[in-house]
Design a binder for this molecule. Structure first.
Ligand SMILES: Cc1cc2nc3c(=O)[nH]c(=O)nc-3n(C[C@H](O)[C@H](O)[C@H](O)COP(=O)(O)OP(=O)(O)OC[C@H]3O[C@@H](n4cnc5c(N)ncnc54)[C@H](O)[C@@H]3O)c2cc1C
Length: 366
């Protein structure tokens, strides 16, 4: 018999990834509050490495590659993993896959925005009630923190230029004068690729900057001058741990700490968070939506401090990481499953003095 009610606020990645798993809870029905801007959400890709927790997304991925590279002016490291390939899935496709799994007899959908007043949550002036409330509304962004900001587009060329088997995860052969900067290139075919200019800095650049950097890169390294642009993507992700605590709800997704501060990756962590919540409800455990362990968060703080203070070291840091790790290790590290040995290898690969200085900065700033 259905006798318990769950409320899920939002219609994005974390809300729908969780909602689709409610099937696993026979005694629950749920309300989904999508928010009124949900329909106009632009499409974009979510990138992730295949691990057990995101297997459903892997099975439906738009593209999968088993090789990725990290390039600098002095080095090119290619990492390979057949077990944990790099994948992308489109936002709209994943959300549709989740929505198809909602059971109509257990689900009530509201399209309106949820409003917050004095820590209480309302829909159309009615307080949201229920046994459990999970909130994924975008959080307020902290000010004066390092940001990951990126813009790019799909490039279509009329000649074969891209190696469709190799993702360029980071290519540092671009302007480094305004902060850490790399080009991310996902080849969909020999003639088509998503190319993004990504920066880790406090100041978001104007649109022309990213576009010019992409054009320069394509000219210099692919001899590509004429191409068509489509499917523009852009985003700003704070490189800061955000975990909002609320009296009335458990926070999930970006506001519930799912974004890994050092990388901006969240898709796999959102899947982990959803399974963790379902297991806690099933086993009548206290709900805890925290998903990153304290050691990872501490190391992330040190890393972010180093990038903030010494952005020019970034190519050396990432090429060092790529030299020390194999593809499986890197994929697991990026997905939050690094072994102790991998963590030690990463620490050893880092330039010592800046990391020791940042360690003290982080410890004594607390
Ligand atoms: C452009 C971009 C690219 C990214 N790429 C990657 C990637 O490649 N890999 C990766 O791992 N991570 C990536 N991320 C980070 C992260 O995976 C995404 O931000 C992810 O969408 C976060 O999920 P979420 O549920 O917290 O937020 P969202 O998916 O943004 O969902 C928030 C939801 O809240 C709803 N809402 C807003 N206000 C209200 C309200 N008042 N009431 C009710 N609902 C409301 C919105 O309509 C929306 O449905 C990317 C982020 C961005 C912005």
């Amino acid at each position: 018999m259905i006798n318990k009610e769950i409320n899920i606020i939002g219609g994005g990645c974390s809300a729908l990834s969780l909602a689709r798993l409610i099937n696993k809870l026979p005694n629950y029905k749920f309300n989904l509050f999508l928010g009124d801007k949900n329909k106009i959400n632009k499409d974009h890709f979510w990138g992730f490495w295949k691990v057990e927790i995101n297997e459903e997304a892997y099975d439906n991925a738009n593209h999968v590659w088993s090789k990725w590279s990290i390039n600098t002016n002095d080095s090119k490291h290619i990492l390979t993993s057949m077990k944990h390939p790099y994948c992308v899935i489109k936002r709209h496709l994943w959300l549709e896959i989740c929505r198809k799994q909602l059971q109509s007899e257990k689900t009530t959908i509201f399209e309106n925005d949820v409003l917050e007043k004095d820590d209480k949550l309302f829909i159309k002036n009615k307080k949201i009630k229920g046994n459990l409330v999970f909130d994924s509304r975008p959080p307020k962004l902290p000010s004066n923190v390092l940001l990951q900001h990126f813009e790019g587009f799909v490039v279509t060329s009329n000649k074969d230029v891209f190696d469709e088997k190799l993702v360029t995860l980071m290519d540092f052969r671009c302007d480094q004068s305004r902060g850490m900067h790399f080009i991310y290139l996902l080849p969909f075919s020999k003639r088509k690729a998503l190319v993004e200019s990504t920066m880790f800095s406090k100041i978001v650049e104007n649109k022309e900057y990213y576009s010019t950097e992409i054009s320069k890169y394509l000219k210099n390294y692919y001899n590509l001058i004429e191409f068509k642009k489509s499917d523009h993507e852009k985003g700003i992700i704070p490189m800061h741990y955000i975990f909002n605590e609320s009296k009335e709800a458990y926070n999930i997704g970006t506001r519930g700490g799912a974004v890994r501060p050092s990388s901006g990756y969240a898709f796999t962590f959102i899947q982990k968070q959803a399974y963790q919540i379902i297991s806690q409800i099933k086993n009548r455990k206290k709900i805890n939506t925290k998903i990153h362990n304290n050691i990872d968060l501490f190391l992330d703080k040190i890393f972010i401090n180093v990038i903030n203070e010494y952005p020019l070291l970034a190519p050396k840091i990432f090429s060092g990481l790529a030299r020390k790790l194999n593809g499986d290790e890197m994929a697991k590290f990026m997905s939050g499953y690094a072994s102790l040995i991998t963590t030690c290898k990463i620490i050893i690969s880092m330039p010592k003095i800046p990391f020791i200085k940042s360690f003290f900065n982080v410890v004594f700033r607390k």
